[in-house]
Design a protein around this ligand. Sequence first.
Ligand SMILES: [Ca+2]
Ligand SMILES: [Ca+2]
Length: 148
Amino acid sequence: MFIHFIYNKSFDYIFDCMSVVDWQPLSYTDCYCKCASCVVWLVQDANDHAPVFDRPAYNATVPEDFPVNGVLLTVHASDADRGPNAEVVYSLASSTAAEYGHLFAVELVSGALTLRQSLDYEMAAVYSLLVAASDRGPSPTPVYTKVP
Ligand SMILES: [Ca+2]
Ligand SMILES: [Ca+2]
């Protein structure tokens, strides 16, 4: 028996082969299995993990004349799922976007927190931001980290 299959990246795979003659992964999405009796189970990944930030909170101290569009810091979260279920995207929490969206932005894919306008120390010396991480899978569960 010879089975050649191409599977979606969101699938994990389990082989149950008896009397294996040959089995070789050609690539992550392209494999073949040659055996006397062969069962291939394709198990679809469920979006059962939420992203987890590397740190519970991030801190940055910057001078008042920090350049507009400069990167203040970069947040990062990991997701233990596969494929789109593990692709993490970042945004300002809605409350932070409403209050400070004119001053700060977070880049969707990289998590880079940038300055959109010049800071004025006399107006505010401390900003407390909430950054959200979410995956691209179905029914994502956003998680948050504080800056600072
Ligand atoms: Ca999963
Ligand atoms: Ca996930």
